[in-house]
Design a protein around this ligand. Structure first.
Ligand code: B12
Ligand code: SF4
Length: 475
């Protein structure tokens, strides 16, 4: 039996580590997770648990915290650190960082299991597919293994991993993933880059068996305090037949309220889509608008989504009694301030219940980041370390009016929820970005977040205060 301890700084249940843990535990290994912000808390756990590996699941932006902790812990303990998640997958040079012993790129279940098995037998594991490490000061990246054909061959996520968080009563909303991969090609999203990475390595878009998902939902309802299920797939219900069959059974056997991520074109294409979701217990959906300028949305962002489809989807959802959150991005390559205003206007027009807006972050590996370099919006010397830890902070792009756009992002939700304020906001954003704008954004974001995700006020407040300095505060 080998042991791994995952460390994380956010009070949030990450599905990735829960999948890894389920796989490892089902093969007799030990897996635990600790949430904290500084090494102090982790030191005691390491002394007590004596892990073979310390694991970090990281995204671009959250990687710096993990690196800092890994470096500090490695000074005190003989530890093997292992990193996984979107950041190491797309930013392979991360393996060269001090504090990183190994990383796993792409999907991790089979590789982590193989590594833990070999570690248990005291054998070398450096040949394991997907693994990266440094040898003679040079990065070594083993080839990726084929994608698992059937997601249901993996044991369902191990919720016990977050038992402390669940017992603390933190949140009655639980994430479930019913598919992996997305058939679309948006240039700003990691999905297209991921598909390319796995070219020739098996079917990229995979959807789970209905019965397996239902089983997972029932277990959540019976074994935890879950009140709302959040289907956090990139696109939930991308196959209409699958969705409609699923919803029928869900209504009968699960019956919990749920929220999900969809695409507006799928909702607009069939009147039944929104009504079937509502009939099965869906109260709210999230979808991407991205930009109010249709050309920018489709030529640069490659979203393949027309204004008409967005408007129709919004009408159908409201008719069905479903509220919706829209995802929007400001500070995009080629975007003008007028384009940014049109994004606010489109959201006002469709009466977005929960508008949400980020500033474009040039994540490694995406087509849009390459585009930003090629058009000179990003300096050739731009380094991933310059990425802010949150895409709500500031822009790394050299765009005319970028300061105004950064400010507009802080007032985006205000302008959409209270359209009468928009003319004042247009004037206000001419001021220098400042802490008051960020504080206002924090307040409104909090308000929209608890309403859209059905989160509990006090628990979310505790979460927000605990995480504020790690997400929104500038260093
Ligand atoms: C739910 C979600 C969140 C949740 C939970 C995060 C999480 N990691 O689970 C929350 C709300 C916290 C979140 C926050 C952010 N998110 Co987010 N999120 C997602 C989403 C929609 C689903 C994640 C998921 O559950 N996937 C399914 C599981 C099975 O896959 P997985 O997590 O990748 O895990 C597998 C492998 O990566 C690997 N693995 C993962 N961890 C580890 C660890 C070890 C040790 C090993 C060996 C392997 C391993 O094995 C797992 C099983 O195969 C993804 C989109 C997506 N499709 O993944 C975006 C995504 C991960 N998020 C993204 C981003 C950018 C963010 C932010 C960083 C944005 C920002 N800069 O503000 C913030 C974090 C802010 C911060 N300061 O930390 C990007 C990441 C891109 C990148 N280059 O890093 C994604 C890919 C969205 C996108 N389309 O671009 N997010
Ligand atoms: S933005 Fe959404 S639809 Fe587009 S590729 Fe990413 S997950 Fe798919």
């Amino acid at each position: 039996m080998a042991k791994i301890l995952f460390l994380q700084n956010m009070d949030y249940e990450f599905v990735g580590p829960m999948y890894l843990s389920a796989m490892l535990k089902s093969h007799g290994h030990k897996c635990e997770l600790l949430i904290g912000h500084s090494t102090k808390k982790f030191e005691e756990k390491i002394k007590e648990f004596q892990p073979d590996f310390v694991g970090f699941s990281i995204m671009s932006g959250s990687h710096s915290w993990a690196l800092k902790i890994a470096k500090e812990l490695k000074k005190q303990f003989e530890l093997i650190t292992i990193f996984g998640g979107a950041h190491p997958t797309f930013f392979q040079k991360f393996v060269l960082e001090e504090g990183v012993d190994f990383m796993i790129r792409g999907e991790g279940e089979e590789s982590i299991l193989e590594i833990m098995n070999l570690q248990d037998e005291k054998k070398d594991f450096r040949h394991v597919p997907n693994l990266s490490y440094v040898k003679d000061r040079k990065e070594q990246h083993n080839p990726l293994r084929d994608l698992a054909d059937r997601l249901d061959d993996y044991p369902i996520p191990d919720r016990d991993l977050y038992a402390d968080l669940i017992n603390k009563g933190s949140g009655k909303v639980r994430n479930i993933i019913t598919s992996r991969g997305c058939p679309f090609h948006c240039s700003f999203c990691f999905e297209d880059a991921m598909r390319e990475l796995y070219e020739g390595k098996g079917k990229y878009v995979r959807i789970r068996e209905i019965n397996e998902v239902i089983e997972e939902c029932i277990r959540l309802r019976e074994e935890t305090n879950t009140e709302v299920i959040y289907f956090a797939d990139d696109v939930f219900g991308m196959k209409r037949n699958w969705l409609y069959d699923f919803l029928e059974i869900y209504k009968e056997k699960v019956g919990l309220e749920f929220i999900c991520l969809v695409r507006a074109d799928l909702v607009a294409a069939d009147k039944d889509y929104a009504f079937n979701l509502a009939a099965a217990g869906c109260k709210s959906v999230f979808f991407g608008v991205e930009s109010g300028n249709e050309d920018l949305r489709n030529q640069v962002l490659k979203k393949q989504l027309d204004d008409d489809q967005i408007v129709t989807a919004a009408e159908l959802l409201h008719e069905a009694g479903i509220t919706f959150r829209t995802y929007n991005i400001l500070g995009l390559p080629d975007e003008t301030l007028e384009d940014a205003f049109s994004t606010v206007e489109l959201n006002i027009k469709i009466k977005a219940d929960y508008p949400w807006c980020s500033i474009f972050s040039p994540f490694p590996g995406t087509e849009l980041s390459e585009y930003a370099y090629s058009k000179g919006y990003l300096s050739p010397t731009f380094d991933v370390e310059e990425l802010d830890k949150s895409f709500f902070l500031s822009s790394q792009l050299d765009l005319p009016n970028i300061k105004e756009m950064q400010n507009l992002q802080k007032f985006f939700q205000t302008a959409v929820i209270w359209p009468w304020s928009f003319p004042f906001i247009k004037k206000l954003i001419k001021l220098k970005p400042n802490i008051l704008f960020r504080a206002w954004f924090g307040l409104i974001y909090f308000h929209v977040y608890i309403k859209s995700e059905k989160r509990n006020f006090w628990e979310t407040l505790k979460f927000a205060l605990g995480n504020y300095k790690h997400v929104l505060a500038k260093e």
